[in-house]
Write a protein that binds this ligand. Structure first.
Ligand SMILES: Nc1ncnc2c1ncn2[C@@H]1O[C@H](COP(=O)(O)OP(=O)(O)O)[C@@H](O)[C@H]1O
Ligand SMILES: [Mg+2]
Length: 279
């Protein structure tokens, strides 16, 4: 559904994205995970035609992003990281505007708006100004707006940044529900948990490059599924093992200041880069 071939972007000497090769299948929830500045947003901006690639190619459902603009526009829905709803318009009017921009006929628009407000549980807020909605509601409205014109692929840039844990889970549920209904999803995140809980496959990005790719399980297996953290004078030392039994064998007699736990995608990132995603 999404194909990237050597996709690259330079900003006056800064290599924001470097030779990205990637294929995302129909029906996947795919996550680009990486620290700030990794190139996640730039990748999404190229795929959604907000900025031109400096090199390489990309296809959405077979349409080339720099050539088949109108076809690509029909295929994709976009939820940007920053709120870009019109706060002086109502919930309904924001959707109405999007439907008009996509030249949807009036009856179709009305039906679709009702359906989507129901879907994202905002029907009772249809007449409220966006300025009066909470952060979570605005995010849901942005998702509804992205879905208005029946796209096949949805791009979400940091879909839960700044939301409280409960609201975050609600957005996750919504993303899963859309995916169950057939939507292919590409999202970016710097939240380890979000990538692990939500994504079928994850691409780890760092400094513009894809440094690892696989299911969360595969990626964790690569470093070792069990971690021993031992605290010593130099700080915390991490050792990885295939299973708990081997970890326990290693720990053996020195049980003080030792934590044994399952590995996560943060560990994968640290192992690959020597840094933390949050650094
Ligand atoms: N419009 C721009 N002009 C110049 N540099 C940019 C621009 N957008 C992004 N960058 C740079 O490109 C790199 C990748 O940024 P970005 O794609 O926003 O990363 P992420 O979304 O992973 O945090 C960063 O070094 C950033 O400063
Ligand atoms: Mg970003």
């Amino acid at each position: 559904m999404i194909q990237l071939q050597q996709l690259s972007k330079d900003y006056a000497g800064i290599k924001a994205v470097v030779n990205l090769n990637l294929e995302i299948k129909k029906g996947e929830i795919f996550g680009l995970l990486g620290p700030n500045g990794a190139g996640k947003t730039t990748t999404i901006r190229m795929l959604t035609m907000l900025t031109k690639p400096s090199g390489g190619k990309a296809f959405i459902n077979g349409y080339e992003i720099t050539r088949d603009l109108f076809d690509v526009k029909k295929e994709i829905g976009v939820v940007p990281q920053h709120m870009n709803l019109d706060i002086e318009m109502t919930t309904w009017e924001n959707l109405e505007l999007h439907g008009r921009l996509h030249k949807m006929p009036k009856d179709d628009r009305r039906k679709r708006i009702q359906e989507l407000l129901d879907y994202v549980e905002l029907s009772d807020r249809a007449g409220d100004l966006v300025g009066k909605l909470s952060g979570g509601m605005r995010r849901r409205l942005m998702i509804a707006r992205a879905l208005m014109h029946y796209p096949h692929v949805l791009f979400l840039d940091e879909p839960t940044v700044g939301l409280d844990p409960q609201t975050r889970r609600r957005i996750w549920d919504l993303i899963r529900r859309m995916n169950n209904d057939g939507m292919t999803v590409l999202l970016t995140t710097h939240y380890i948990e979000e990538a692990e809980m939500l994504c079928h496959r994850v691409g780890i990005m760092d400094r513009g490059q894809l440094i690892a790719l696989g299911t969360p399980e595969e990626l964790k297996k690569r470093v070792g599924e069990v971690v021993v953290e031992s605290l010593n004078q130099g700080g915390t030392e991490y050792k990885f093992f295939a299973d708990r039994e081997q970890a326990l064998k290693y720990v053996g007699s020195f049980k003080q200041n030792v934590i044994i736990r399952e590995s996560n995608l943060e560990d994968v990132f640290v192992e690959l880069t020597g840094r933390k995603v949050g650094d």
